[in-house]
Each structure stands twice: as C-alpha cells, then as structure tokens.
Write a protein that binds this ligand. Structure first.
Ligand code: 5GP
Length: 202
C-alpha cells in the first residue's frame, strides 16, 4: 500500500469508511468484490445502476439495478448519482448517492466497485475515501481474462482492451495497488486496506 501524504485519518482517529475499487476492464473487480461480499458481511457492497441489459444469470438488485436510459436521465437530473460514467463508450453505470449515504450513516464499511472515471468523480466528492487500484499480474494475463470470459463480441473486446490500456496508466493516482493474482488473496489484502481484520470472515 502506498498511502498519500494527505491521506490521513479523520479527526475521530477512524479510517474513512468508504473504499473505491477500480482498475482495468476484466482484471476481476467484480469477482474480488463479490468474494468480499460473500465472505466479509461487515462490508457493504454498493449495487450500481446501469443501462446495460442483464447478462444471462445476472439478478436485478444483486448484480445491478438495470434501468432504462430515461430513468437514468431522471436520476442524474435529480442529482441522485454520486458518480456515473459511460463505460466502454456504450452503456451508463452509476452509484446512487442516497444508498451509499445511508450505509455510511449506519456505520457500515462501504465498498464501491466502479470504473476509473467514476473513481475520479468520487475523489472530487469524497476525498477522504480510500482509492484502491486492482491490477492484473501482467498485460497478457489481462488479455487472456478478457478473451477467456467469452461474454463479449470481438468488437466489444477490442473496445474494452483499448480502455484497459488507458486505465492501467492511472495506477499512480491511487492510494493502494492490489495485484489480482488470486481472488482470495487479493480480497484479503483489500479488506485489510479497508481497516478490517481479514481473519474475521465466513
Ligand atoms: P460490466 O458491464 O462488465 O458489468 O461492467 C463494465 C464496467 O463498468 C466495469 O469496469 C465496472 O467497474 C464498471 N462499473 C460498474 N458499476 C459502475 C458504477 O456504478 N459506476 C462506474 N463509473 N462504473 C461502474
């Protein structure tokens, strides 16, 4: 972990309770955050809204809130999005402000799994958050994971790899870098960065 000099603990002496996990496409952010949700119930994982249609097996309210573009427009107009972005030049994804605030008010440890553009917006809105970059062991591994997943068309894969190249360059903006060599290990490291005890899991 590489703490920023200004990234101090708050006046209460408590570490900030909101952590943003970002990183290039196909690095496994979804897998790591799902692992955290399943094994560390003390972490509250935000469920994003998206205009992307559900993939096979995806569940409304669990993987995403799937909303129509008109509804997404409405959420933005009503200033209900903490952050949002067009990801891979196509669909919109965003985090609801009220649900995150409610979880923070309840004293939960909040985890956002979002893209780089979103992470930058959260940095503006909540500079006290902890920003974690999930990195692939190397570039070839990232390509393998994207192609191997087989959920995207060749055109979509090309678009996502282009985005990934730019996203990898943003690593120095983050407070900490976690290499996703093994999901369980990466999740443990993330949880430790969040200020929680990785031994305290189910
Ligand atoms: P997928 O379509 O594979 O589920 O996700 C595509 C990308 O959208 C991932 O890089 C994921 O991190 C990002 N993403 C998911 N939810 C959000 C969100 O609420 N805000 C932003 N900015 N990006 C998101």
């Amino acid at each position: 972990m590489r703490p920023r000099p200004e990234h101090a603990e708050g006046e209460s002496g408590q570490r900030p309770r909101i952590t943003v996990l970002a990183g290039p496409t196909a690095v496994g952010k979804g897998t790591v955050s799902r692992y955290v949700r399943e094994h560390y119930p003390q972490v509250w994982l935000s469920v994003s809204a998206t205009t992307r249609p559900p993939r096979r097996g995806e569940v409304e309210g669990e993987h995403y809130f799937f909303v129509a573009p008109d509804r997404f427009d409405e959420l933005i107009a009503q200033d209900q999005m903490l952050e949002w972005a067009v990801v891979h030049g196509k669909n919109r994804y965003g985090t609801r402000r009220d649900t995150v605030q409610r979880a923070l008010d309840e004293g939960q440890h909040v985890l956002l799994e979002i893209d780089l553009q979103g992470a930058r917006q959260v940095r503006q809105a909540m500079p006290e958050a902890t920003f974690v970059f999930l990195a692939p062991p190397n570039w070839d591994e990232l390509v393998q994971r994207l192609v191997g997943r087989g959920t995207e068309s060749a055109e979509e894969q090309r678009r996502r790899l282009e985005t990934a190249r730019m996203e990898l360059a943003a690593e120095p903006e983050f407070d900490a870098v976690v290499v996703n060599d093994r999901v369980e290990r990466a999740a443990e490291e993330l949880v430790r960065i969040m200020g929680l005890d990785p031994e305290d899991h189910r």
